[in-house]
Ligand binder design. Structure first.
Ligand code: PLP
Length: 413
């Protein structure tokens, strides 16, 4: 019976259907995937690829991790959703688990990353009025230029990407942008008594894996503390092992006042996001003032506990740190052999990028097409940057196989 439901569809049919009936809000690479396991995905014709996007780092634990699949199925058979009108037997256990895992007093559960960011902004504003003494409607959130925090109206109000903003106004007021990786510029802004929070990606993902100077996060956190400003870390992409530590903030021993997680929190199984903070901040929100029907549902809770457990059990941050160093070293040697094509290579852990010079009318997007033909999937960001971020369960042998593919593809490009 399942066979008749899953009638085999060709790649072209799948692409045509999306094109005809779906909104045109993405521009995918023309590969139609059907199956995934670990670092691999297979297309509808059975061709196997290394996945070097890992769903924007949602699949750090690898595709269809058996522990996550089984937890998801078991809980789905038992109880999927109660809403927060009632207690369920999973949320309390999850809240205790995740708060002790990251060392915060409390968690507020949401579903998507953007909702997590919205939650953090709402918390910061409420805290500013109720604890810092900012006059109502005067609170300011400082964000960084070239940030990516999601797609809601308030979040695109914080963006300077023309595609994210054009014809989506009017925008949310109370947001001020500062240059990323510039401590002095932040120092000037946080002196304003109306500033509630500084919202930052510890490594800017969508901007093209932009790693700030060593000490930047620490100095920003100190400035925030001195000026009674909340330090909010958006670790939705940089967190959960991606940069070689549990959190990217851990590289500098920085503890944010508000921590936002998403993506790999569920290992790609289910939309799960979380906002963590201590009592002084989190208890500013009272019953009825914020929430989500699906937030904290039993499936999400169980899957997130399993996702975080796999991260520790399989030492994925450690693997990311070790293999990330190898990958960056290999990238530097590939760059040395192709200095005209590759402008820059950078990264932290298995979160790497190459900046590509356009050559003979061919660009980063064309290079990704060639990589695809050679069995490796990656996606350009901002036209000229390719991000390389495989699932963190990748082995050294697999990684070296991938380096080979990348080297050969670049050589023949
Ligand atoms: C992906 C991402 C988001 C948004 O997450 P969604 O689940 O797509 O809403 C927010 N912040 C960062 C840093 C991200 O990478």
């Amino acid at each position: 019976m399942m066979e008749t439901m899953n009638k085999k569809i060709s790649a072209q049919e799948a692409i045509d259907l999306e094109d005809k009936y779906g909104a045109h809000n993405y521009h995918p690479i023309p590969v139609v995937l059907e199956r995934g396991e670990g670092v691999y995905v297979w297309d509808v014709d059975g061709k196997k690829y290394y996945d070097f996007l890992a769903a924007y780092s949602a699949v750090n634990q690898g595709h269809c991790h058996p522990k996550l699949v089984s937890v998801l199925i078991e809980q789905a058979k038992k109880l999927a959703l109660t809403s927060r009108a009632f207690y369920n037997d999973s949320l309390g256990e999850y809240a205790k688990f995740i708060t002790s895992y990251f060392g915060f007093d409390r968690v507020l559960p949401m579903n998507t990353g953007a909702e997590g960011v919205e939650t953090a902004i709402k918390l910061a504003r409420k805290w500013a009025y109720e604890k810092k003494g900012v006059a109502e409607n005067e609170a300011i959130i400082i964000v960084c230029r070239n940030n990516f925090h999601g797609r809601t109206i308030s979040i695109v109000s914080a963006s300077n990407d023309p595609d994210a903003r054009k014809n989506f106004g009017p925008f949310t007021p109370g947001i001020v942008a500062v240059e990323y990786n510039n401590v002095e510029a932040l120092a000037a802004l946080v002196k304003n008594k109306n500033v509630a929070a500084f919202l930052v990606e510890p490594v800017q993902g969508e901007a093209g894996v932009v790693v700030p100077d060593e000490g930047y996060l620490k100095k920003c956190a100190e400035l925030c503390k001195e000026n009674k400003v909340l330090f909010i870390a958006d670790e939705i992409q940089s967190g959960l092992g991606r940069t070689g530590k549990l959190l990217a903030c851990d590289h500098e021993g920085v503890k944010p006042d508000i921590l936002i997680l998403g993506k790999a929190l569920s290992g790609g199984m289910y939309p799960v996001s979380a906002v963590l903070a201590n009592d002084e901040v989190m208890l500013c929100i009272k019953p009825g003032q914020h929430g989500s029907t699906y937030g904290g549902n039993p499936i999400a809770c169980k899957v997130a506990i399993a996702g975080l457990t796999v991260l520790k059990e399989e030492k994925l941050a450690e693997n990311s740190d070790r293999l990330g160093k190898i990958l960056l070293k290999e990238f530097k040697s590939i760059q040395a052999g192709n200095p005209e094509l590759i402008k820059t290579v950078r990264g932290k852990g298995l979160f790497c990028a190459m900046v590509i010079n356009e050559r003979n009318g061919k660009n980063a997007s064309d290079l990704c097409m060639e990589l695809m033909k050679n069995g490796l999937l990656a996606k350009p960001t901002h036209g000229d940057i390719i991000r390389f971020a495989p699932p963190l369960i990748i082995t050294e042998d697999q990684l070296m196989d991938c380096v080979d593919i990348i080297r050969k593809t670049i050589k023949s490009f």
